[in-house]
Write a protein that binds this ligand. Structure first.
Ligand code: NAI
Length: 283
């Protein structure tokens, strides 16, 4: 049973997974590249802990302890599992995974949290490919009860079992799928969001009306464009490129409206502006 995890990347997902873990009594060492990012992450986690209390009720365990650091190596030996949640870029992920897997004790499961990158593309970079598998926690991780788990062709049973144990500690239901670009959820969701943005770009309907139709007529909990803001439009575009380049599917080529928002720095909730404006900005 994992009680201490190392989380790499203190962005939207790294902080959300940390919030979830702290609420379940798991100790977290959170790593990013600068102290400024880590200070902002602590503020965000404090806000998320309050939000989680409101949305998901009181925590079921005494809170875990949070440590933050820019030095990944000293913390690795202590961790029951490593969760990598850096940017959706296979080169950056491979680089980070190579460093941590080489330093980790032999049986430590190495988890890549990704929206779209096939796990096996990263397996050559890690010291023991059998320890590597994927998760696709949804945002906000401390609210969404199910986690897509990706078994790469080289993922071993001990690592799969360790992650099942960790998710049980975190109160999350795993659904295990095979390795493919975008797995199941992003393969379905991301092209749909791209289509929604294209509909706005073409002038067929407004942002608000697209979302209102998808929630009001089709029963989606959140419209696709508000979901884009929640995901982070920069991350969404990175994942769409992965899908487009790996599958050749033209629906996944990011449309100009999305590309323009990334260019202008309007990345959604995390920057205060995307398809909608937000008062609360965490960094
Ligand atoms: P983000 O852009 O919010 O955060 C990424 C963080 O990684 C940044 O703080 C950055 O400074 C850090 N980072 C970059 N290089 C690093 C390094 N070498 N060492 C340590 N930290 C480093 O990205 P986000 O949204 O948190 O996504 C993280 C991963 O999770 C991506 O692979 C993404 O596709 C996936 N994901 C994102 C979801 C979302 O809704 N945003 C949902 C599910 C998965």
């Amino acid at each position: 049973m994992a009680h201490r995890i190392l989380v790499l990347g203190a962005g939207v997902m790294g902080t959300g997974i940390t919030t979830l873990a702290l609420r379940h009594g798991v100790h977290v060492t959170l790593v990013d590249t600068s102290d400024a990012i880590l200070v902002a992450a602590r503020t965000r986690i404090a806000a998320e802990l309050r939000m989680a209390q409101l949305v998901a009720g009181p925590a079921e365990a005494d809170p875990g302890v949070l440590e933050t650091t820019t030095s990944v190596l000293p913390a690795i030996g202590m961790a029951d599992a490593v969760i990598e949640a850096v940017v959706e870029d296979a080169v950056v992920k491979a680089d980070v995974l190579a460093t941590v897997s080489a330093a980790a004790p032999p049986g430590t499961p190495i988890i890549t949290n990704t929206s779209s990158i096939p796990v096996d593309e990263l397996a050559d970079a890690v010291a023991r490919p059998e320890n590597l598998l994927g998760t696709h926690f949804m945002n906000p991780s401390y609210v969404i009860p199910t986690v897509e788990v990706i078994r790469g062709p080289r993922s071993g049973e001990p690592a799969m079992a360790a992650v099942a144990d960790l998710l049980a500690v975190l109160g999350r239901k795993p659904i295990v799928v095979r390795d493919a670009p975008g797995f199941v959820t992003s393969r379905l969701l991301h092209p749909m969001i791209n289509d929604a943005a294209r509909i706005v770009q073409e002038g067929t309907a407004s942002t608000e009306d697209v979302d209102a139709l998808m929630t009001g007529c089709l029963g989606h909990p959140t419209g696709p464009l508000r979901t884009a803001d929640l995901i982070g439009i920069d991350n969404l575009v990175d994942a769409l490129w992965v899908l487009h380049k790996r599958t050749g599917d033209d629906r996944s080529r990011p449309c100009d409206l999305l590309l323009g928002k990334v260019r202008d720095g309007h990345h959604g909730r995390k920057t205060g502006r995307g398809f909608y404006d937000y008062e609360e900005v965490f960094r």
